[in-house]
Each structure stands twice: as C-alpha cells, then as structure tokens.
Design a protein around this ligand. Sequence first.
Ligand SMILES: Nc1ncnc2c1ncn2[C@@H]1O[C@H](COP(=O)(O)OP(=O)(O)OP(=O)(O)O)[C@@H](O)[C@H]1O
Ligand SMILES: [Mg+2]
Length: 464
Amino acid sequence: MSKLSLKLGIIFFVTLFCIETFMMFFLHVSLTNSRVEEELASLQARGNSHRAILEQNFNLETLSHVALMESEAKTDVVITDKDGGILENSKIYPETEKYMRNLKEPIPHTGSILEDNWKKEAFIATISPIQKDRTTIGYVYMFQNTASIHALMERLNKHFLIVGIVSGLVTIAIIIILSRKLAHPLIQMKEATLKLSKGDFTVALTTNGQDELSDLSNAIQKLSDELKHLRQERKEFLSSIAHELRTPLTFIKGYTDILYKRDLSDEARQKYLAIIIEETNRLARLISDLFDLAKMDENSFVVAKERLNMTEFFANIEERLSPAFQEKQIHFTVQCEDKLSLMADPSRFEQIIINLLHNALAYSAAGDTTIVHVKQFNETLLITIEDTGKGIPKKDLPFIFDRFYRVEKSRTRALGGSGIGLAIVKELVHAHGGEVTVRSEETKGTTFELMFKGVGTNDNNIIN
Ligand SMILES: Nc1ncnc2c1ncn2[C@@H]1O[C@H](COP(=O)(O)OP(=O)(O)OP(=O)(O)O)[C@@H](O)[C@H]1O
Ligand SMILES: [Mg+2]
C-alpha cells in the first residue's frame, strides 16, 4: 500500500475505532446497568409482595409459607423481627445480621436496596419493612445470587467481542477500499508530474468526474498537452531557422567560391557579387526578424506610441514603394481619407504596412493592381491592402500567420520569402491592440484588413 493511502487508512481507522469503541462501551454499560436495575426492581417487588402478605397475616403459618415459596425460587428470603431476630428463612444468610446492624432508619414502606454491587458481592439484596398500625414489626430481606448476572454479562461480553471483531474487519476492508480509491488519482498525478519534470510529456490521466481531484487531474493533463505542443513547436521552429539560414549561406558560399577560384569577366563578377549582396541582405533581414520575434516572445518588446499623421505616413510609403511596383508593372495606389491620425509606434507601424505591401508585390504579376484604403470606421481606423495577385489557397489560409509558413513550399529564389513576415505583422498588430484579418481567393487576389483603435483627426483629439 502506498504511503498516502496508508496514512489515510490509519487516520480513518483510528477515528472509526475510537467512535466504535466509545459506542460499544456506552452500549455495554447501559445494557448492564438496566439489566441489574431490572433484577433489583424485581427482587424488590418480590420482597414487597411477601411483605404485603405478612402485613395481613403475621403468623407462623404465613411465615413458613413465604419461606417455602422462596426455597423453590432462584431468590431467597430472610424474615426478621424488628430487632433482627430471624423468624424464618429459605436459606441461611449470615450477612443479614450485618445489614441489620447498619440499617439506617427509617426505611421507606416501599423498601430499599441493601446491596447492588453485583460485581464484587456474591448476591444483591433488598429490604422491605413489615408495618402494622404504622410501626415496623419486622423486615423481609430478599437475596439473589449474582452468578446469574455474571453469566449474563459473560454472554453479553462474548457477543460484544464477536460484533467488535466483525465490525473492525468490515471497517478495515472499507477503509482499504476507500483510501485506495481516494489516493489512487493523487498517486497517478504525482507520477504524471514526475514524468513531466523528466521531460516525458506522454501523460494520460483519467479526467472524468467533477470533484476537485478531477479538476486537478484536468489541469495537469492540460499542462502536459501544452508542454508537448510547445516542445513540438520549438523543434519545428529550430529546424525551420536552421533551414532558412542554410539557404542564403549556401548561395553566398557557392558564389564566393566561384569568385575566388575562377577568372571571370567583369560582367559575371558583377552579377555574382550582386547575388551575394542580395543573399547577405536577406540573411540580415531574417536575423533581424528573428530577433524581433524573440523579443516579442519575451514580452521585452516596447511599443512607443505617438500620434501619427496617416496622410503623411501613407504618402511617404507610396513614394518609397512605387518604384518597386512600377518595375514589376503593378498598379499601386493609396487612398487615404483626410486628416486621420493614429496612436502608434512609427517604425513598428511602418514594418506592418511594408511587410504586407512586400507580399502584395511579391505575389502579384505584371498587370495586377494593389490598392491601399485608409479610412475611419466608427471609432476605429480601417486599413485594407487589396491585391489582384495569385491569391492564397483555402487550405493554406488558416496558417499563413504561423511562423515559417509558406504556401509555396519550394524555396525558389524568385519567391524565396522565409515565411515570418506575416507572423511579425500579427504580433505587431496585437501589440498595438489591433486586429488583422485576411480574405483571399486563389488566382483572384488577397485582401488584408487592419483595424486599430485610437484613431483621431489631425486637428482634434483622439476619439478613442
Ligand atoms: N498578398 C499575398 N498574396 C498571395 N499569397 C500571399 C500574400 N501574402 C502572403 N501570402 C502567402 O503567405 C505566405 C506567408 O507570408 P509571409 O509574409 O509570412 O512570408 P513570406 O512572404 O514567404 O516571407 P517573408 O518572411 O520574407 O515575408 C507566403 O509565403 C505566401 O505564400
Ligand atoms: Mg512576406
């Protein structure tokens, strides 16, 4: 038996044992007392009835008649005169004289008990005074051997012992079952947490039931599932990082080798150097993105909000990104309502918009359109970035905000993003207390919708 159930069992047993012993003791004492009282009362009644007969006929014949009656019964009688002289008896009791000497007058007519110490004495005794014209003329002593009471007590003790043993055994059996039942889930949970602490997250606890133990069990199970999930995520995250770092490094190493070993024309040299610079930039961007994500995970990421003029902000974005869109022959327009402002961290807010616009640019082809709308809707700022590019398949849509998730699994250099742009967008939008949603249809295009509280106009104060 485990320590816990043993402890529980002992506590239960001691408590129940004390209660049972007390109850049995109480029952035994009251049974014995009432039995002895009954015997004494019947002895007294018998003496009183002899006394009544003798009061009517106090003569030798009645005396010997009473003695004869008692000689056949299990009780005995001794009849004395008022000074203690024995007139008649059914059996000789020398103690009569002792009682006569210690008699405390007056004895009530209903009689009194002379001896009730059945444990120590050989008999119990009562006395009934015989009265004539209100004066005592003699006494009826009644005696009963205590052997019968002792025999009765012996039988009673035997029964109590049997009942005690049986109830003790039943109690022990119930306690074992109960304490095991109670301790079992606790032991299971202890083992589960021990397993968790050793890094084994394959915990399966029984979680049905509605008591506190089941709640605890549920909580441990949840913790274990969560840890399992986290470990899996960390594994995937690390292998993705390794993969993402390896790709640009392979390019850089490959082209550097070529540049180093071969005699190349100036043109080829320029071409390879451009690739090396591009890949180095990509690597630097990736590392900076990862650094941002790490900071966000640690919650050490600070968003320093200030009031941003949306018209100016988006005019600047349009100016900076238009050449890239023009180069790919994509129509790019920004429509921003006048006088809008937002409480946001300028560089982080820019990172959100640029990441989304880079995607629109990367996943659209010549002839497509990208439109940015910025407007106020009730008390929120609504920004939509809509493109008519290749769109996102329905099955991929729920995952595109996950880290390293890409629709295009083959990492071609043309579409070679690392899949963390949107994860950063999501974190940054949440850090600003906003929401980001996406709608997309394959081949038709994609729309990202951003909603931020804290919108205001440039000439009045914040609405929210
Ligand atoms: N506007 C869009 N049109 C079509 N597909 C998109 C668009 N935006 C995102 N996606 C898909 O979602 C995936 C995840 O986008 P995300 O910006 O997170 O990563 P990425 O662009 O591949 O890499 P990077 O980390 O360089 O941004 C992309 O790989 C792309 O398949
Ligand atoms: Mg991207």
